[in-house]
Design a protein around this ligand. Structure first.
Ligand SMILES: [Zn+2]
Length: 270
């Protein structure tokens, strides 16, 4: 039941991009897989390359989430993943890596750099980190803001990683972020969330922004109250759209827009 519900969401997303059929369409496909918190978003480009953004949860839910990812891959006609992009190492984003790696081949693992093992608030971090290193051995690609991921058929630009954000605007960004005008003043977030690797995916006029659980970039920080990644058509709300991720300081200076050039409405939280 949960699985079928997740695919209703998937098809709705595909159709909103104007795709007639997920299998046959030679176009960009994005599958938002329901892993009940955290993230697992499958991108399949018009040239057939694939990137999964986050792996779902750790055991005992890893098997459930991996089955759902597998089902989405089957729907997309994939036999392997070209890239696994891990935004950060929290259990609901990176916990499923070991189980996933047993299920399918993964070409490259993209991440923000090593886990901060001093962060004791992250339960079972040591086991998760060992599992990640074992699965990604010889295949890791550590990114920093401004880097690209060579996923063929689209453009993927890294907008945040390891606590850093872009040093200069991209995608027409750089203007003031009106959502910072009345933003609540918060203490900087030092958790693993703040280290999230974020990406801007561009396909023609369509822009998809996913910053993992990036948080803790208060608007009062000098130079960061502006829209460094520019406008996005879709913004995947981080931390399940919780209060901690709102108030305009959520994305790395993202200026949210209500309507894209294609007329896709962003409702605030997906
Ligand atoms: Zn997180």
């Amino acid at each position: 039941m949960l699985q079928s519900r997740s695919f209703i969401a998937t098809l709705a997303c595909a159709l909103s991009l104007g795709l007639a059929s997920a299998k046959a369409a030679p176009a960009l496909q994005i599958y938002f897989i329901d892993v009940e918190g955290g993230g697992a978003t499958l991108v399949v480009t018009p040239t057939g390359e694939s990137m999964l953004i986050d792996s779902g949860n750790a055991p005992p839910n890893a098997e459930r989430d991996t089955k759902r990812i597998s089902a989405a891959m089957q729907l997309a006609g994939l036999k392997k993943l070209d890239y696994l992009f891990i935004t950060h190492y929290d259990t609901d984003h990176a916990g499923g890596v070991a189980t996933l790696a047993k299920m399918t081949g993964i070409g490259k693992f993209v991440d923000h750099g090593d886990m901060d093992t001093a962060w004791f608030q992250n339960p079972n971090y040591d086991e998760r980190w060992k599992n990640y290193l074992a699965a990604s051995s010889g295949k890791r690609m550590i990114v920093k803001p401004g880097d690209g991921v060579p996923l063929k058929g689209v453009r993927v630009q890294v907008v945040s990683a390891n606590g850093e954000v872009l040093s200069k605007p991209i995608n027409g960004g750089g203007g003031p972020n009106p959502y910072c005008d009345n933003a609540e003043q918060k203490e900087p977030d030092k958790s693993e969330n703040s280290r999230s690797a974020g990406l801007l995916l561009t396909y023609g006029k369509f822009k998809f922004l996913d910053v993992g659980d990036r948080s803790g970039l208060p608007c009062e920080q000098a130079g960061h109250g502006e829209s460094l990644p520019g406008d996005a058509s879709w913004f995947l709300a981080q931390r399940v759209g919780s209060a901690a991720s709102r108030d305009g300081d959520s994305a790395p200076g993202c200026r949210r827009q209500q309507r894209s050039a294609e007329g896709i409405r962003w409702s605030g939280e997906i």
